[in-house]
Design a binder for this molecule. Sequence first.
Ligand SMILES: NC(=O)c1ccc[n+]([C@@H]2O[C@H](COP(=O)([O-])OP(=O)(O)OC[C@H]3O[C@@H](n4cnc5c(N)ncnc54)[C@H](OP(=O)(O)O)[C@@H]3O)[C@@H](O)[C@H]2O)c1
Length: 288
Amino acid sequence: MITGANGQLGSDLKDVLSSGGYKIIALTHQDADLADSKKIIELVNEYQPNIFINTAAFHHVDQCEADLEKAMLLNATAPALIAGICKERNITFIHFSTDYVFDGKKAEPYVETDAAHPLNNYGISKRKGEEAILLINPNAIIIRVSAIYGKSPCRAKNGLNFVQLMLKKANENADLKVVDDEIVSPTSTESIANCLIELVDKNLYGIIHMTSEGSCSWYEFAQEIFNYAKTPAKLTAAKSTDFPAKTPRPKYSVLENEVLKKNDLNFMPHWKTALHLYLDQYLVQNSN
Ligand SMILES: NC(=O)c1ccc[n+]([C@@H]2O[C@H](COP(=O)([O-])OP(=O)(O)OC[C@H]3O[C@@H](n4cnc5c(N)ncnc54)[C@H](OP(=O)(O)O)[C@@H]3O)[C@@H](O)[C@H]2O)c1
């Protein structure tokens, strides 16, 4: 059973898991609100899944900043209740979290055991969710991802992902200023789905980092998009201070997949490899 099934991550999980032989019960927001535990219990009782994957979240960072109560309800209270429902029924619970639980002040990649210190309400609510889930259901699997892009648009951001936006703007001959002082590991949702399928039956639980190998600034990411796509672009490097930030965000968001590596389960590709694969498909589909 997958929530957020028409979201960016949910769409690829659905496709990859169903190609891997799993029978999927795909839930959209319309099928069930995350906070409606009565409805969730009804659906769980009806379909009796053996794995429950929660990709749904309230993750528009500026909206979370304006509404901490809603962020706490959807990112902490509701997932913790579902973790409890799963524990009672012996269902594996898999939940997605974020690099935004960290403040970005570390100079090297964050490992799973590093202390969290979120800078904004979104990060605070996701961290509270992690803690509450593991308190109620210590066998839950919490996967932290970062800077994700997929074939389906990020619903919370209303439209194009970073790769699609860069290509669209370049084709419109726009001047592009992209920050070179925010460091990330851009990660494709397809690579997350491919890695997740390898660990579902491996008795791993707790917090697991699952991001692409390597890291880059958003500017370097944009450069690689244009180089690989052979798209001329008017791209210049900018600083994050050039853009008035509404909500504080971590400047360094690189996660080390330490748990995956220790368990020989790190199937995450380098960010350039995943980007090239993504562009190969995307450019063919959008060639007309
Ligand atoms: N995007 C990133 O770069 C990023 C980075 C780090 C972590 N994450 C985490 O990764 C996960 C997936 O993100 P994504 O990029 O796939 O997001 P997405 O494309 O916005 O998908 C989120 C899904 O959740 C659904 N949803 C929202 N509120 C809901 C509610 N109250 N009840 C039920 N469903 C609800 C949305 O449906 P509607 O649109 O119909 O409301 C949508 O289908 C989230 O946990 C997020 O915190 C994302």
